[in-house]
Design a protein around this ligand. Structure first.
Ligand code: UD1
Ligand code: UDP
Length: 378
């Protein structure tokens, strides 16, 4: 069979590594994968670095769409993907997560009667002001195979009217829903040991379990002056007050918005704070090394929240809600919004309550293989 994979944003490139690896190891003679990169992320440290390090085959096509307003960006992607579908005529299109590249893949394939396989289906924040929430809902409702990574995802789909007991043959009107685990766990387990050889801690002069790792990129945090200020104020405060190093590999969006939205004097203070180590985005192996050895993680990223959990690290989530509710329910993470007091309070709380037990909520690390086997059997 031929599958056409759509990637575009950093987390999708990483997720795709699990499927590509499984094809190479187990299904090389049975599955041909054609990879289409929309070009949504294009900086070397947001895209290229992952292909080399995670041994993902180079994309067969790169649409080079780049950044833009939602409609413009998504529209160009749909148009480009449509052309490729006409040439390639795949059996399945695989899409990941909830970005504009996911949505573009879902729309182009479903209208051309190519079966859509949505990996990381069913997740909801119940907040439609998030662009990702719209992307998820639309993608799920035009998919033929939905692979929610959690029971919560399955429950959300049931609530939206999906039939969990549907029988083959699966179609867009009779989709199949299967929780086979999370491909991100596959990756974290697989690369965890390999990441031991990273020297990122030495380069940044960090001591194991003595520093905090942070990431910020959600649009409602980066594009809102007050929220962005509250978040930076919190990081500034913790790092100075507690004399703890905070490493912040900064997403290009946040780098840009920081310059525009933060006062010059506050920005200067941040630059002068030697404990706040603001660096460019790091590679996945470096990120895993940083996550595994951090004492605590502060983030608004979906992927980083989960990796914190996989590595039993407490996590302060810079959002009001999360799609990964089971992590919060387990006590391993706290929703702190962009609220200075809540962030600080949770920092001290986790300082005293470091005992996070990673429960088995995301499968057993073989999600990619199970997904591919299921597609082959049908
Ligand atoms: C996108 C996804 C988001 C995901 C995130 C992962 C959408 C709507 N959002 O958000 O769900 O969590 O990726 O990182 O699809 N930029 C660069 N270089 C790059 C890429 C982006 O400078 O290589 C800058 C540009 O100024 C661009 C901005 O970042 O305008 C935002 O990029 P975009 O891809 O639109 O959204 P993200 O915020 O990255
Ligand atoms: N990541 C990375 N380098 C970084 C920041 C994040 O490799 O500098 C990885 C991280 O380990 C996770 C994924 O990128 O696997 C998460 O992507 P991101 O935070 O951009 O998006 P989200 O998961 O929120 O959609």
């Amino acid at each position: 069979i031929k599958i056409l994979t759509i990637i575009g944003a950093r987390p999708q490139i990483i997720k795709a590594a699990a499927i590509s690896r499984s094809i190479k190891n187990k299904f090389q003679t049975k599955i041909k994968e054609v990879i289409v990169h929309t070009g949504q992320h294009y900086d070397a440290n947001m895209s290229e670095v992952f292909f080399e390090e995670l041994q993902i085959p180079k994309p067969d096509y790169n649409l080079n769409i780049g950044s833009g307003k939602h409609g413009n960006q998504t529209g160009k992607m749909i148009s480009g993907i449509e052309e490729i579908l006409e040439t390639e005529k795949p059996n399945f299109m695989v899409i990941y997560g909830d970005t504009n590249s996911t949505l573009a893949g879902a729309i182009s394939a479903s209208k051309m009667h190519v079966q859509v396989v949505h990996i990381e289906a069913g997740l909801r924040s119940f907040n439609k002001s998030m662009p990702e929430e719209i992307n998820r809902i639309v993608s799920d409702h035009v998919s033929t195979y939905l692979f929610p990574p959690t029971q919560t995802g399955v429950d959300n789909l049931k609530r939206e009217g999906f039939n969990l007991e549907s029988n083959p043959p699966f179609t867009i009107d009779n989709p199949g829903i299967f929780n086979l685990g999370d491909v991100m766990l596959d990756n974290s387990l697989y690369f965890s040991e390999i990441a031991e050889s990273s020297n990122v801690l030495e380069i940044l002069d960090l001591e194991k379990n003595k520093y905090v790792l942070a990431t910020i990129h959600r649009n409602n945090n980066t594009d809102d002056k007050e929220r962005l200020k509250q978040i930076f104020k919190s990081l500034h405060h913790i790092s100075r007050q507690e004399n703890v190093k905070i490493v912040l590999p900064l997403h290009p969006r946040t780098l840009k918005q920081r310059k525009v939205l933060l006062d010059e004097s506050f920005s200067k203070e941040l630059d002068e704070n030697k404990n706040l180590i603001i660096i460019e985005p790091v590679s996945f192996l470096e990120m895993i090394a940083l996550e595994k050895n951090a004492k605590l993680i502060i983030t608004d990223s979906g992927g980083v929240q989960k990796e914190a959990f996989f590595f039993s690290k407490p996590c302060i989530i810079l959002r009001q809600e999360t799609e990964w509710v089971e992590i919060v329910e387990s006590g391993a993470a706290r929703l702190c919004d962009a609220n200075f007091e809540m962030i600080i309070e949770s920092y001290y709380w986790f300082d005293k309550n470091q005992n996070i037990q990673a429960a088995n909520l995301y499968g057993d690390g073989t999600a990619a293989e199970k997904i591919l086997q299921l597609l082959l059997n049908d």
